[in-house]
Design a protein around this ligand. Structure first.
Ligand code: IDP
Ligand code: MG
Length: 162
């Protein structure tokens, strides 16, 4: 059985994806989930929660020295978010591709931010940027029993290298 944070580099790679408070307020939950679901990734955990300032700070700990950190923590804890774990081959890297560039002004059309957002301070979604942050973020927001390890009969129609 895979550790609940996933196994990077395998079909069990897992990434933490969140719909930020602005994405929830704007009614974009279903639209954002659909991008990941339609792509073929497997949803293994999902919940709505209102982040405390402390949890937002630990989530973004690596950005603590940035000038925008205080505002970022206020933004991320300003309302409920939808926290998710998505699984699949290259889920971390490809998840970032689906989100688009951090600044929506630079995000290409076809990406979530490129299609649905304008401003870097209101870019509607979050995705882990590498294997270490995926492990840290999944463990920051989820308990092991909240992540479901399950087979999908469709998997052989979604993943093959030959
Ligand atoms: P990412 O979300 O694409 O991984 P990071 O550099 O990790 O981008 O930054 C985390 C979040 O901080 C961004 O998604 C965005 O909401 C916010 N942010 C990043 N840069 C700026 C900035 O220059 N001004 C305001 N907010 C920023
Ligand atoms: Mg980041």
């Amino acid at each position: 059985k895979a550790p609940f944070t996933g196994v990077p580099g395998t079909d069990k790679e897992r990434t933490f994806i969140a719909i930020k408070p602005d994405g929830v307020q704007r009614g974009l939950i279903a639209a954002i989930i659909a991008r990941f679901e339609n792509k073929g990734f497997k949803l293994v955990a999902l919940k709505m929660l209102w982040p405390t300032k402390e949890k937002a700070e630990s989530h973004y700990a690596d950005l603590a020295t940035k000038p925008f950190f205080k505002g970022l923590v206020a933004y991320f804890s300003s309302g409920p978010i939808v926290a998710m774990v998505w699984e699949g081959k290259d889920a971390i890297k490809t998840g970032r591709v689906l989100l688009g560039a951090t600044n929506p002004a630079a995000a290409v059309p076809g990406t979530i931010r490129g299609d649905l957002a304008i401003s870097v301070g209101r870019n509607i979604c979050h995705g882990s940027d590498g294997p270490e942050s995926a492990v840290h973020e999944i463990a920051n927001w989820f308990a092991p029993e909240e992540v479901s390890d399950y087979p999908r009969s469709l998997d052989e129609w979604i993943v093959s290298d030959n």
